[in-house]
Write a protein that binds this ligand. Structure first.
Ligand SMILES: O=C(O)CCC(=O)C(=O)O
Length: 261
């Protein structure tokens, strides 16, 4: 499975400009037939314009969802479409969208853990559904958003449901870049799965973002890593046999004793 993960800057509060920029990235980077799945960052249509999100957020049947479906079909790729601000019943959610190569929305996920350090709980509503894996090309996969990475229990639950790869759209700040890298490697090692992240670069409202998007294999090796401050993309071919192999070599899932935890 050939994966491309985008590391991008985001134009604050201008969804249309960000959609156009994303279209151009697809034109430059993705060729039908050479890529199976593309990953985008967190809140990539607006950035963290929290106080203005109630006006910038889109309804679920949005122009952004329409664009993701159009790109998926045009480029014959699955898209883990990062997250966008979605307005539903008067509340704004930080919602991730997954569209398959036939242009069908196969999964959405509302960020569960809202970030106190960024006052997210004052502006966003948390997700209220149990996390689930989704399936693309017969492979079970999981998705979390940024701060969720600090909660190993959500990722373990996805692993127990059979996830072999975990996607992490993010806007992780540079001030905690060390945590970003180590936690991703830890989650890959402890759950013996691929971890693929898409983090933004640039700055907004006094916060510098870390970049350093990553692709980590189920052994914890870093297969690809973005720079701290440049727009770029990482391209890697995932070998899902590797997940089985690591789980055979170190069979942690058979050694768990959850009745004592
Ligand atoms: O946990 C962190 O340090 C950063 C989290 C974050 O920035 C986010 O979830 O958007």
């Amino acid at each position: 499975m050939n994966i491309v993960t985008f590391q991008t800057d985001i134009i604050p509060g201008d969804p249309e400009a960000n959609r156009q920029a994303m279209k151009k990235r697809f034109e430059r980077v993705v060729t039908p037939g050479d890529t199976d799945l593309v990953v985008l960052p967190e809140m990539w249509t607006t950035a963290y314009t929290l106080p203005d999100l109630h006006t910038q957020a889109e309804e679920m049947e949005s122009r952004t969802l329409a664009l993701l479906k159009e790109l998926a079909v045009a480029y014959d790729v699955h898209i883990v479409g990062g997250s966008i601000a979605v307005l539903e019943n008067g509340k704004v959610y930080n919602r991730a969208l997954v569209v398959n190569r036939t242009g069908e929305l196969v999964y959405h996920y509302d960020k569960l853990h809202l970030v106190p350090m960024l006052n997210e709980p004052d502006f966003l509503a948390p997700g209220g559904q149990k996390v689930k894996v989704f399936e693309l090309d017969g492979v079970k996969m999981g998705l979390i958003i940024c701060f969720d990475l600090r909660f190993p229990e959500i990722i373990r639950e996805l692993a127990l449901q059979g996830a072999q790869a975990l996607f992490i759209p993010a806007e992780w700040p540079d001030a905690r870049a060390g945590h970003w890298e180590i936690l991703q490697q830890a989650r890959a090692i402890e759950n013996q799965m691929y971890v693929i992240s898409s983090n933004r670069i640039g700055s907004y409202d006094g916060v510098d973002f870390a970049g350093r998007s990553m692709i980590i294999d189920p052994w914890g090796n870093i297969m690809a890593k973005g720079s701290a401050d440049k727009e770029e993309f990482l391209r890697i071919s995932l070998d899902l046999e590797n997940v089985k192999d690591v789980r055979r070599r170190v069979p942690i899932f058979d050694s768990r004793v959850p009745e004592f935890y």
